[in-house]
Design a protein around this ligand. Structure first.
Ligand SMILES: [Zn+2]
Length: 610
């Protein structure tokens, strides 16, 4: 297999890159803005000790705070864009590092505010909100603060907890450096060939879909073995990350790190536990999927490296312009306004950094800040998978677009619990559109394979990692040690249950999976929200596709609500109640129907009954 050499960043046509100049025209302009933000942060200090002076002072503080942080957002996104588009660019890396430091300083500089506001007393504050119309919009913020009150520490402690965030990133950063810079992967090889095939972070998922099983096996083993060779250092990173979560939870007087993750957003811990329970109840669907896959591939035994093997001989080619077309058609039920904003962003305003280049960060994300465009980084490769990734990321972007446009800065960001709803909603809509309208059997199969791959990540890997997180945090909370061996054994045990005897167990190589997630496992119970997010997304997409009266309007209102409502309330208003396990059950039913459909299509293609 010959790979085209990766192009340097400078060789990518401007029209396929994101529009950094729309944020700042030059690095010099960024520098000037950086200094301006520093001055604004220093100026915030003059409010210290005076927030209780009366409503005008508090309103003035909120204004100054939002101005500084809004400007900081622009400094951050520009630095982030430069660095992630080309991590080999040293100047961009330096800007990114400085911006991150500035963010930590800002968090520290504003940390006195919440304790001071709490000290005013909420009864008095409610009077102020009625009295001074400039404070009216902060009623929700103050409500949330009131509920968080037992966990807000003194100004001094809060300042310290703010400053500690930057050094606390070291554990995850070190894990990332090990994974991205220091790991060396042995080469893979094709059946009957000794010619080495390079294995890299950036090409592993493609090698895992290769029709040649020997390439898949050798690449998968090489990837796992490289992580196993670094298992002790990586386990140390994970242990440090978990201890930091426990430290933060205890500093804020939460009963556990799980509570510290959920209670600030008023999500009962049952939402987490229910998700895990529904996942375990539905494992037989996964076991059936492995069987369908094994039969389709014609194997006696299915190995972990067969999980992503392509089931179709011909992969439909989907150029970027075709993707944009399909996504716009799929999202048309939301109306002309939504579709035209999205189309303009994708085709004219350069929201997307489309193609891979040397040094570009792998994976995909949507980012930005109120007052900038939403921006998407990805490595588009002309296939259905890339199309679906684009649909996913533009879902995030449109959520940001509407939130930023509708809400004041303080509510402009949507809560993390809602993050994966809008993205998966778009994927669900575009898939449904293609399955209903595109009669090309290759496209049908590719869409179903992509759907299963997405479900695999969100509804198998993420709940498994969530169980891993719960167990590791509880162990540290009980004062037990986390070692490489114990982490490998735990992961292998969870995956063995998930495989249900349908996938072969290679104990240490599957057990090292935790080491392959250098960011997700450092976010204190973030990963389960992928599963709740995809559940909410499918429930809302079903309403829109079924033509439920009011479904489109309530969905658009959801996008516009940003952080102005508690996450469960925002979902409730949009039409799905995630405080109960029911939507998760329904999403697993959709997964089961997708497996049925795949099974049927494969049987038709092979001409054999399934
Ligand atoms: Zn996402």
């Amino acid at each position: 297999m010959v790979q085209a050499a990766m192009l340097p960043r400078s060789a990518i046509a401007t029209e396929h890159t994101w529009d950094m100049a729309s944020v700042f025209p030059s690095a010099q302009a960024w520098d000037a803005a950086f200094k301006e933000v520093e001055a604004q942060l220093a100026d915030l200090g003059r409010f210290k000790g005076s927030l209780d002076n009366g409503p005008p002072r508090l309103a003035e503080w909120f204004d100054a705070y939002q101005r500084a942080f809004r400007a900081l957002g622009h400094v951050m996104i520009y630095a982030n864009m430069g660095h992630t588009a080309d991590t080999t660019d040293q100047e961009a890396a330096a800007r990114f590092d400085r911006a991150r430091g500035l963010m930590a300083r800002a968090t520290g500089a504003a940390a006195f505010a919440d304790p001071e506001i709490v000290a005013i007393g909420f009864q008095a504050l409610r009077g102020w909100v009625r009295e001074d119309s400039r404070l009216a919009m902060y009623a929700h913020y103050l409500d949330r603060l009131e509920r968080r009150q037992p966990h807000v520490r003194t100004a001094e402690v809060e300042e310290l907890l703010g400053y500690v965030l930057d050094p606390f990133r070291t554990a995850s950063a070190t894990h990332g450096v090990l994974a991205d810079a220091d790991l060396t992967f042995g080469p893979a090889h094709a059946t009957g060939s000794t010619e080495p095939v390079d294995v890299m972070q950036g090409n592993l998922s493609r090698l895992q879909t290769d029709p040649d099983r020997e390439i898949r096996r050798t690449a998968w083993e090489s990837y796992a073995d490289a992580h196993l060779a670094n298992k002790n250092a990586m386990a140390n990173c994970i242990a440090a990350g978990v201890k930091q979560d426990v430290f933060m939870a205890r500093s804020r007087r939460y009963g556990s790190s799980l509570e510290a993750a959920l209670l600030p957003n008023h999500i009962p811990v049952d939402v987490f536990h229910n998700l895990i329970a529904v996942f375990r109840r539905n494992l037989p669907t996964w076991h059936r999927y492995w069987r369908v896959r094994r039969r389709a591939l014609g194997y006696d035994r299915l190995f972990p490296y067969d999980r992503s093997a392509s089931l179709g001989a011909t992969k439909p080619k989907v150029p970027f312009a075709q993707s944009v077309e399909w996504i716009c058609q799929g999202m048309q039920p939301l109306g002309d306004e939504y579709a035209s904003i999205m189309r303009r962003g994708l085709l004219e305003q350069r929201w997307v950094d489309v193609y891979p280049n040397k040094g570009k960060r792998s994976g995909a994300f949507s980012a930005g800040s109120q007052g900038t465009h939403p921006f998407i980084l990805m490595s588009y490769t002309d296939d259905i998978f890339s199309m679906s990734t684009l649909a996913h990321e533009i879902g995030h972007s449109m959520h940001s677009y509407y939130s930023w446009k509708t809400q004041p800065f303080i509510y402009a960001r949507y809560p993390l619990f809602l993050a994966e709803v809008a993205s998966n909603f778009n994927q669900a809509m575009v898939r449904a559109h293609l399955l209903a309208t595109n009669t090309d059997p290759d496209v049908q199969l590719a869409v179903l394979e992509e759907a299963m791959s997405n479900f695999y990540r969100y509804f198998f890997v993420m709940p498994t990692l969530a169980r891993f997180e719960l167990e590791t945090h509880q162990r540290v909370e009980r004062g037990e040690a986390l070692t490489a061996r114990s982490l490998i054994d735990l992961t292998a045990q969870l995956l063995t249950e998930g495989y249900g005897g349908e996938v072969e167990v290679d104990h240490d190589r599957i057990g090292i999976m935790w080491a392959e997630f250098p960011t997700h496992l450092y976010m204190n119970f973030y990963v389960f929200q992928y599963s709740t997010g995809i559940s909410g997304a499918h429930a809302l997409a079903e309403r829109v596709l079924a033509g439920t009266p009011g479904a489109v309007d309530s969905y658009l209102a959801f996008l516009k609500a940003g952080g102005s409502k508690l996450p469960l309330d925002a979902l409730q208003d949009a039409g799905v109640d995630l405080s109960t396990p029911e939507p998760v059950e329904r999403a697993f039913a959709i997964l089961a129907r997708t497996v049925d459909r795949l099974d049927l299509l494969l049987a038709k293609r092979s001409g054999k009954p399934s």
